[in-house]
Write a protein that binds this ligand. Sequence first.
Ligand SMILES: C[S@@+](CC[C@H](N)C(=O)[O-])C[C@H]1O[C@@H](n2cnc3c(N)ncnc32)[C@H](O)[C@@H]1O
Length: 324
Amino acid sequence: MPTSTDARPVLDEAPTTESFRTAVLTGLQKTQKRIPSKFLYDERGSELFDRICELDEYYPTRTEMGIMRRNIDAMAETIGPRTRLVEYGSGSSLKTRILLDHLEDLASYVPVDISKDHLAAAADALAEDYPAIPVQPVCADYTTSFELPDPPLPAACTVAYYPGSTIGNFRRDDARAFLERVARTVGEDGGLLIGVDLKKDVDVLKAAYDDSEGVTAAFTKNLLRRMNRELDATFDLEAFEHQVVWNADRGCIESHLRSTTAQTVSVAGETVEFEEGETIHTEDSHKYTLDGFAALANKAGFEVSRVWTDDRSYFSVQYCTVGA
Ligand SMILES: C[S@@+](CC[C@H](N)C(=O)[O-])C[C@H]1O[C@@H](n2cnc3c(N)ncnc32)[C@H](O)[C@@H]1O
């Protein structure tokens, strides 16, 4: 039976500082400067994300939790017994607890996350609270290929869990490529339970990504702090501001760090120039219609078999199986 110390990452493939350096220097040379959103999540970034989830304006977490609680019996029946549950971008695994409380005879729970210390702490807590469930954390970048650990006893199937509408952080082509990989991982016996945020009033969306307390701003600016610490960068946090833009053509909220002045910054020994008003694009949060997500899932080899939503149709939790 696993103990809390068993829950340290069984696989540690966290991105190296070198890969962070390469991604940052490449991204800051582009005409529209951009840094992949996965680098927002160091230990402090993960903690700030947890605080975002508690904000009034951040409807996705509350709404998704409500959908999960109201429909958990149907979800558990759909998923079935003796499953290996693999969660991509597990964070603090809070929503997962609803599943762990209801799934029958789980073969194992495999939380996968890029933020190593946060993952280890969340896995430790789960291993302690669910001593009968083998918890096998994997620290990896899920946009790359990595091995999943076998459960201690054979599983009936593998089901992927991808909540939080983290799928929205991918551009559509990358979302398709990611879902294709997930489809190959779970195979025809398995499935995917996924949280997908839906299109809605733009003001509601903008408030969710630019809250009045400034927590989302701190989350985005933490990327500057991380570059200062890990890449010897000289970003002045006061000289950048968090900015969100609704991009109607792409159906997504874009988060940016906007330079409030013309300035020169040193990053890993390189010089980077900013004009006043120039931005670093840090995150996309794509919003879907139910039909739009179904079309994406189909292209990736999945069929949506169940859809659960809330009264306002703000958010959806969907179960997908691999098409024959
Ligand atoms: C939006 S948060 C969602 C957290 C949690 N699943 C939830 O629903 O509240 C995204 C999570 O995915 C992780 N993440 C982001 N990009 C990742 C990547 N490329 N590989 C692995 N984990 C990633 C982050 O560290 C973070 O925990």
